[in-house]
Design a protein. Structure first.
Length: 142
């Protein structure tokens, strides 16, 4: 039976990089640590093609007693962090996200360096005149 290993006993970089370099094929990681950091590092830093871990459904197995297996509720947040980490990588194109679109009008204008953009300033002033209020009142939400 494989014994559990600690974080200090794993050589992710040397293992994944060496096998990938020698074979030129995608390399995965077989985890025996039950340490979230090892799985996350293998996935995010060393781009493991797959990560295998040992799962015990109820904690009654021999390997679980040896500290070799994850329980479902233990591995679930690790899988979610790996998934979200990969999602955060994006597609490599730098652009404002949909959530940031509204804020784009309030960035510094490239022509004079002032905030917000000139067109946004003009709209705020026009709205203040229309409502017969001051720009500062509009900015404070009055």
């Amino acid at each position: 039976m494989n014994q559990p290993f600690g974080v200090q006993d794993r050589w992710i970089e040397r293992t994944i990089a060496a096998i990938r370099g020698a074979t030129g094929v995608p390399v995965g990681w077989s985890d025996h640590t039950v340490q979230p950091a090892v799985i996350e590092r293998a996935a995010h830093r060393w781009n493991a093609a797959a990560v295998e871990f040992h799962l015990d459904l109820e904690g009654a197995g021999v390997e679980y007693e040896a500290g070799h297996c994850w329980l479902p509720h233990e591995i679930e947040p690790v899988i979610e962090r790996v998934r979200l980490g990969a999602l955060a990588d994006g597609d490599g194109v730098k652009r404002a996200s949909a959530a940031e679109q509204h804020d784009r009008a309030w960035r510094a204008d490239p022509k004079d360096g002032l905030r917000p953009l000139k067109a946004t300033r003009a709209n705020v002033v026009a709205q203040a005149r229309k409502n017969r209020t001051s720009v500062s009142d509009l900015q404070q939400g009055s």
